[in-house]
Design a binder for this molecule. Structure first.
Ligand code: GDP
Length: 463
């Protein structure tokens, strides 16, 4: 209900540019009164025209000129929100920007909620939910790969990928419904194996999408990589070494304790949160034990472990490594570090596939980065090179999208079984409708208000 009224006739206003002082700032209005309100505060030399920029002056309440302004008008429905939109660009002095907002409020606009412009775009059918999410992801992107992936999704890549399966499913449902309606007239209903075959044909595209989530999530959220191993194996040294090349985007994350140090880096295309853990030996020391506990937590949350072994203590390490294999399900990349201290003839006894690294000479660092990227699924065509040329394909990037597709696939699975076991079509249809709802939920056609509120509240104000 609230959603309906929020999408009513109110005109909203917000600053679309970041807070603070800047070269220019943009105030954005959307709703039926946008142009009236904007014209009351900006004196123009020429009549506004849709999709045209007009030069003018911002006037304060007393009619005095406060600043120059550029006014851009987008008449409904050909605007971002589908409503009348006006963008007023002024010089980025906070006091001028705030005056424009205040005067807009006085003329009848109200402040926009976070994400409300995009929410209106969605509610007015200008974009589907995956595209709305892409707007947010694009704004939040910090790597080129993230931006590219979000731009694809904004262009409707997910929608396009799902559309053929959805169309085919709708056709199947329609055919079965028709069969039920006319059953009494002896109309031929669809044979079981044809139903099963039609359902089977829908699956590959959706399964491909579901599988894309592993990589899509990594590109969007990044990879948590915990560096583990015995004290002195060289964890901190490798941590610094991995950061070195990528220092440009390294920022310290506040709130980390001295026992688990965390930094962000970009390896290839993939944002990586590196966690350097305290050593994992048993200890009586209380402070150290706390560190070890934190290490265990970091390990539990990690997507990938980098297990650093000391190549000069191979025998002891072998025992530890065995314990590690049993330790959990988190995938592990294992390196034998301090390789520079080991004469090459001694490397022969090493386990299959071992990576030799040296934090001193840098040996093996590229191979290590490659192994991390391979895990991230970026080792394929065009990616992993650090510049990742080539097209980005549609990928699921958040759990909401993943759950929608999973729901569709479950419905199809149950439907296929029902078809094969000769279940009446009325029952079978329930499963197919469930599948259809999964696909509709992806694009937001059947999404509960509270879910929508949750999504749009993660946007910034003014978008
Ligand atoms: P951590 O306790 O596992 O974090 O180990 P550190 O990174 O603190 O390293 C322990 C010691 O081993 C330090 O003196 C490092 O300089 C040294 N070290 C680490 N990696 C290498 C390496 O690849 N080669 C050599 N020669 N020394 C290393």
């Amino acid at each position: 209900m609230e959603r309906q009224s929020r999408n009513g006739q109110e005109t909203i206003v917000a600053v679309a540019t970041p807070p603070g002082r800047g070269g220019i700032a943009v105030v954005r209005l959307s709703g039926p009164d946008s142009l009236r309100i904007a014209r009351a505060l900006v004196r123009l030399k020429r009549e506004p025209e849709t999709h045209r920029v007009r030069f003018g002056h911002v006037l304060d309440e007393g009619g005095e000129v406060l600043d120059d302004a550029l006014l851009t008008y987008f008449a409904a429905p050909h605007s971002y929100t589908g409503e009348d939109v006006v963008e007023i660009s002024v010089h980025g002095a906070p006091v001028v920007v705030q005056t424009v907002v205040q005067l807009s409020l006085r003329r009848g606009a109200r402040l926009a909620h976070a994400g409300e412009f995009t929410e209106r775009a969605f509610l007015n059918g200008r974009m589907d939910l995956t595209q709305a999410e892409a707007v947010r992801d694009l704004i939040e992107s910090s790597t080129v790969a993230q931006a590219r992936l979000a731009a694809e999704q904004l262009g409707g890549s997910l929608q396009r990928e799902v559309r053929p399966a959805k169309d085919a499913l709708v056709m199947l449902v329609a055919a079965l419904e028709a069969g039920i309606d006319f059953a009494e007239d002896d109309l031929q209903t669809m044979p079981t194996d044809e139903i099963a075959a039609r359902i089977a044909a829908l699956r590959p595209a959706l399964e491909r999408l579901l599988a894309s989530f592993a990589h899509g999530r990594l590109l969007r959220e990044g990879l948590r990589l915990a560096i583990v191993g015995r004290p002195n194996a060289g964890k901190s040294s490798l941590f610094n070494k991995l950061l070195e090349r990528d220092r440009a985007i390294v920022t310290p994350i506040p709130g980390t304790t001295r026992d688990v140090v965390s930094e962000r880096a970009v390896i290839g295309d993939v944002p990586v949160e590196l966690l350097d853990t305290a050593g994992l030996r048993e200890t009586e020391d209380v402070v150290e034990r706390l560190g070890v506990e934190r290490s265990h937590e970091a390990i539990a949350d990690a997507d990938l472990l980098l297990h650093v072994l000391d190549a000069t203590a191979a025998d002891e390490e072998q025992e530890m490594a065995a314990a590690w294999v049993a330790a959990g399900r988190t995938p592990v990349v294992r390196v034998w570090n301090k390789a520079d201290l080991l004469p090459s003839e001694e490397r022969e006894g090493a386990p299959e596939g071992a990576l030799w690294t040296s934090a001193v000479t840098g040996e093996g660092m590229d191979a290590l980065r490659g192994a991390i990227l391979r895990y991230a699924g970026a080792g394929g065509a065009g990616a992993g090179s650090g510049t990742a040329a080539g097209a980005v394909h549609a990928m699921l990037t958040n759990t909401r999208q993943r759950d929608s597709i999973a729901r569709a696939l479950e419905g199809l699975e149950r439907g296929a079984q029902a078809a094969l076991s000769g279940t009446p079509h009325e029952m079978l249809l329930l499963d197919l409708y469930e599948a259809l709802q999964g696909l509709d939920a992806l694009t937001g056609q059947t999404t509960a208000d509270d879910v929508l509120n949750q999504i749009f509240s993660t946007f910034c104000i003014g978008k």
